[in-house]
Every structure is written in C-alpha cells, then in structure tokens.
Design a protein around this ligand. Structure first.
Ligand code: KIV
Length: 272
C-alpha cells in the first residue's frame, strides 16, 4: 500500500481497471472532513457520503427525511479533505425519482457544490432513464439495488429481497438495466449470496456488496458500524472492528472525573 501522498486520485477508469484485473474494490462511508482524511489515510477506493448520514449523524430513524441540502453540506465537508478515493454523493429521497431532468439538475449540484466525483441512486429498471440521462451529461453514476433504504416505508421494513425465483429474476433485470444505462458499478444491498454471485457473473461492471456475500467485486460498509460508533443496533451485514463508542465513553468519563477532582488541568495545560 502506497503512502497517501504518493497515491493518485481514484477515477472510475481506475476502478474499471481494478475490477478487470480481479482486484477487490473496498469502500466505506464518511460524512465530514476529519473522518474523510482519516479514512483516506488508511486507503480506500471509494468514499460514499451516504444518506445513511440521516441515521449516523442527524438522528433520524431512517434515510427518508434526509434532504439534498443535508447531503451537499456533508459532501462538501468530505471533499474539502481532498481524498484520493473516489468520492460518491448519495442522492437522497425524491431528488431523482420525479424525472431524468430533475435527477440531472440535482446530480449536477453534487459535482458543483458538493465537489463529489460521482453520485449514487437507488433503484433498477424504474430509475434507469435517470441514470442514462446523468451519464450522457458526463456524471458518473453508482447504481444501488436490493434493499433500498429510501423505500423502507413502502416495503414496511428492511426485508431481504430476491428469495423467490420471480424476485431474483427481476433483480437480475434491474442490474442489467442499471449497467445498460451506463452506471460504472452497482451496490448490492442485502441480497442472498447466490443471487449476488449470479448478478456479479452477469455484469461487466463491478458489484459492490453490503450484506450481499463474498462473491461481489467489492464491499462497502457504513463507517459508524465498522468502528462501533452507531449503537442503536448492529446490522447483520456488519462486522465491528472496534467499539469506539465505549472508548469515547471511557475517555469522556475520565475527563469529567479529573475536572471534578481537580486533577485536570495541570500547569502543563495552562499558560503563564
Ligand atoms: O447511505 C449509505 O450509506 C449507503 C450504503 C449502505 C451503501 O447507501
């Protein structure tokens, strides 16, 4: 792994090269400059400014209330860190479903105001015309099928789709439609492993799984899940590599206790 200063900016072309060479793409979310810098220092291919920010940092129960202003604000913070990773801005609910023109106008805001390198849209065949319009205009698009968190109210929860032959066939058709519309990669969220493998096999573009098993071309996770900052629940698709919430509680408790006992601040932390 090259040092951050030696790494070149990841482009959609580089992702394609990696995928063709059989290299696994690794992606994670970030929502602010500090964590984007940290994440980029570790070395990821993609940073997604996910609309999961609604739950991880804004305190909503799902992603539906997230606005384009929320997403642009966080996207701009992330891109101010100048990551070498490809930065993808997640288009929130109802900013691209109305028409391909609406999608185009809003996607352009991600590139121009948020500074992102690409956008992500949820949906398959239904959303393919919007993806095509964006790609024609020069906007790289990351697709997203499977569990669609923006449709949680309509579905009535986060049910794993694709377990019947009919649903599986419809998801394969969705994946092909997203690819045909010009997406550079496709997120597969919470799909049965065998179906993800089938979709990955059927596509030329890389699939990036979250809860979609090991046979995808890459993996993506929500930062707050993998470092153990999000405590409301641990999604089945997440492996916690740290428990930072507990580490923060311990540090904050020590600070509080030392101030109360007079142990902090000392001369060392004071000025003459
Ligand atoms: O918003 C998000 O973080 C996402 C990922 C879960 C893929 O869409």
């Amino acid at each position: 792994m090259k040092a951050q200063s030696e790494r070149e900016k990841v482009t959609v072309r580089e992702l394609r090269r990696k995928s063709d060479a059989g290299e696994t793409i690794v992606a994670v979310t970030a929502y602010d400059a500090l964590t984007a810098r940290l994440v980029d220092g570790v070395g990821f291919d993609i940073i997604l400014v996910g609309d999961s920010l609604g739950m991880t940092v804004l305190g909503y129960e799902n992603t539906v209330p997230v606005t384009i202003e929320d997403c642009l604000y966080h996207a701009a913070a992330v891109t101010r860190a100048r990551p070498t990773a490809l930065v993808v801005g997640d288009m929130p609910f109802l900013t691209y479903q109305v028409s391909p023109e609406q999608a185009l106008v809003n996607a352009a805001r991600f590139l121009q105001e948020g500074g992102t390198d690409a956008v992500k849209l949820e949906g398959g065949q239904f959303i393919a015309p919007a993806i095509r319009r964006l790609v024609q205009a020069g906007i790289p698009v990351l697709g997203h099928i499977g569990v669609l968190p923006q449709a949680v109210l309509a579905v009535g929860g986060y049910r794993v789709p694709g377990r019947t032959p009919e649903e599986a066939d419809a998801l394969v058709a969705d994946a092909l439609a997203v690819q045909d519309a010009g997406a550079f990669a496709l997120v597969l969220e919470c799909l049965p492993m065998a179906l993800s493998a089938r979709i990955t096999e059927a596509l030329d573009i890389p699939t990036i799984g979250i809860g979609a098993g090991p046979h995808c071309g890459g993996q993506i996770q929500v930062l707050h899940d993998v470092v153990g900052l999000f405590e409301a629940f641990v999604p089945r698709h997440t492996k916690r590599y740290a428990f930072l919430a507990e580490a923060m509680r311990e540090a904050l408790g020590e600070y509080r206790d030392e101030v109360r006992s007079g142990e902090f601040p000392t001369q060392e932390h004071s000025f003459k």
